[in-house]
Ligand binder design. Structure first.
Ligand code: NAI
Ligand code: MG
Length: 495
């Protein structure tokens, strides 16, 4: 028997419009100004070089060039690897308590400069300032604090075995959480005594370069972290360099598979955090209003540029109409636009390339026979790349919009009848990064979560992160964990 506890309110479009109007705010732009150099060189051996072979990084919210950064050539990659190699013996021989001091200093400096970093993150990448300020930056500082705490306690992380750092780590990161991905990768690597060459994504290099400034301010010995900018060519040169001992990558599954071959051929360790097509399951006994908030944060947070986004919504049949009706209303009240405005909920799509890709999926979804809805009617800025929060109903599991990672604010809504069907549909994907379960029954949470093939399962919430909690995927979403004690493991050799 189905116990249907959620109240069903009559919802009409008129109500929705009144509601949306009631939530119309005056503009509240971020007022602090951040200085950006016209050009940046590479950060190798503790100092910035002269800018060479530059390319522009732009603000996706207005298409203006923010700065120009250098493309690291094969020769530059070689210099960076040599600097990291040279720094390794001394850095790895430091007592953990000494390495911890540097990490604590970096963490505190990130906090002190967090407003500047948040603004820059938003300008370079397009995410709303309230996210970079309240989510990304606190997590960046938290990761450095957290792994600073581990640096002198590694023998408790690896009891009854000897361990040593892996060596020189090549870390290649994407554009969706530029500074957070840098922190997730650098902090555990340094805590364990490794040295690093980090390559940020080509559309979001500016905050990683600021982080380089912070490393210098913290007195981190030259060469311990090197930051080289460039495109996929630079990434490939770095990953293929014979002087590196480990690859850590977050990004597309295609590039991840290529890097896995490189690592296998050389017999070096690799950790991969790749794409996702995560399911968000709403049972009919769930608190529906909270679940709708959860749906919004699962797929519209950071414009859906989230590898673990809950991009497949699975709703139990009895409540699907109520969920859709409430979702429609909620989407009308989201503010899409200037990412530097403190009231903005959905910012700019990171690049023209990604914008085109998302629009292509909107077309594919319609061609496949699904119904597209974009209930939000707010006016979009004239320039820049913006996409209204979108959902598709009438979606089949075989549709491409239900199988492929779109990496945009686009939700595929499907239904299920029984818990078994929900689990079967949720697991029907080559990915396995995350999942969400919404129900008022604790037993159902555990029963369902245990059967989901996903690295993280959120219950009655979504997209919650913490430095002490491991994160990573099943199947084609990758392997290895970041965060928590588990996040130390990829950065040591045991025995
Ligand atoms: P990408 O995988 O090409 O880029 C990620 C990083 O890898 C960047 O720093 C890039 O310069 C570098 N890279 C590119 N080619 C490389 C190569 N051959 N060797 C070494 N490094 C290389 O991702 P892209 O093109 O920016 O986005 C394409 C799609 O990938 C997105 O639409 C999205 O579906 C997915 N994606 C998933 C992410 C995740 O966190 N799981 C993050 C970014 C993108
Ligand atoms: Mg940019």
């Amino acid at each position: 028997m189905t116990i249907h506890t959620a109240p069903s309110h009559p919802v009409t479009n008129t109500h929705a419009l009144e509601f949306a109007k009631a939530w119309d705010y005056a503009p509240a732009p971020e007022t602090a100004k951040v200085t950006i150099e016209p050009r940046y060189g590479l950060f190798i051996g503790g100092e910035f070089g002269r800018p060479t072979n530059v390319f522009a990084t732009i603000n996706p919210a207005n298409e203006e060039t923010l700065s120009e950064v250098s493309t690291a050539s094969a020769k530059d990659v070689d210099r960076a690897v040599s600097a990291a190699r040279a720094a390794f013996p001394k850095w790895s021989a430091l007592p953990g308590v000494e390495r911890a001091k540097y990490l604590f200093r970096i963490a505190r400096r990130v906090q002190e400069r967090s407003r500047e970093l948040a603004i820059l993150e938003t300008m370079d990448g397009g995410k709303p300032i309230k996210e970079s300020r309240d989510v990304d930056l606190p997590l960046v500082a938290q990761h450095f604090f957290y792994y600073a705490g581990w640096a002198d306690k590694l023998k408790w992380a690896f009891p009854s075995t000897s361990f040593s750092p892996v060596g020189v780590c090549a870390q290649i990161i994407p554009w969706n959480f530029p500074l957070m991905m840098a922190a997730w990768k650098i902090a555990p690597a340094l805590a364990c005594g490794n040295t690093v060459i980090l390559k940020p994504a080509e559309t979001t290099p500016l905050t990683a370069l600021r982080l380089a400034e912070i490393f210098a301010e913290a007195g981190l010995p030259p060469g311990v972290v090197n930051i080289i900018t460039g495109d996929g060519g630079t990434g490939a040169a770095l990953a293929n360099h014979t002087g590196i001992d480990k690859i850590a990558f977050t990004g597309s599954t295609d590039v991840g598979k290529r890097l896995a071959k490189v690592a296998a051929a050389r017999g070096i360790p690799i950790t991969l955090e790749l794409g996702g097509k995560s399911a968000n399951i709403i049972f009919d006994d769930a608190p529906i209003d909270q679940a709708v908030e959860g749906i919004v944060s699962a797929i519209y947070f950071n414009q859906g540029h989230v590898c673990c986004a809950g991009s497949r919504l699975l709703v139990q049949e009895g409540v699907v109409e109520e969920v859709i009706a409430k979702l429609r209303i909620r989407l009308q009240s989201l503010r899409v636009g200037d990412p530097l405005d403190k009231n903005t909920d959905v910012g700019a799509i990171n690049s023209k390339l990604q914008f085109d890709k998302i629009n292509e999926y909107l077309r594919i979804g319609r061609d496949e026979g699904a119904t597209l809805e974009q209930p939000n009617a707010c006016e979009l800025p004239k320039r820049g790349w913006f996409c209204r929060p979108t959902f598709f109903t009438g979606v089949q599991q075989s549709h491409r919009i239900a199988r492929e990672e779109i990496f945009g604010p686009v939700l595929a809504v499907m239904t299920f009848r029984t818990p078994e069907e929900a689990v079967m549909k949720a697991n029907n994907t080559p990915y396995g990064l995350s999942a969400g379960v919404w129900t008022s029954k604790g037993s159902k949470v555990f029963e369902t979560a245990g059967k989901l093939k996903a690295g993280v399962v959120w219950c009655n919430t979504f997209n919650q992160f913490d430095a002490s909690s491991p994160f990573g995927g099943f199947k084609e979403s990758g392997f290895g964990r970041e965060g928590g004690m588990q996040g130390l493991r990829p950065y040591v050799k045991l025995g």
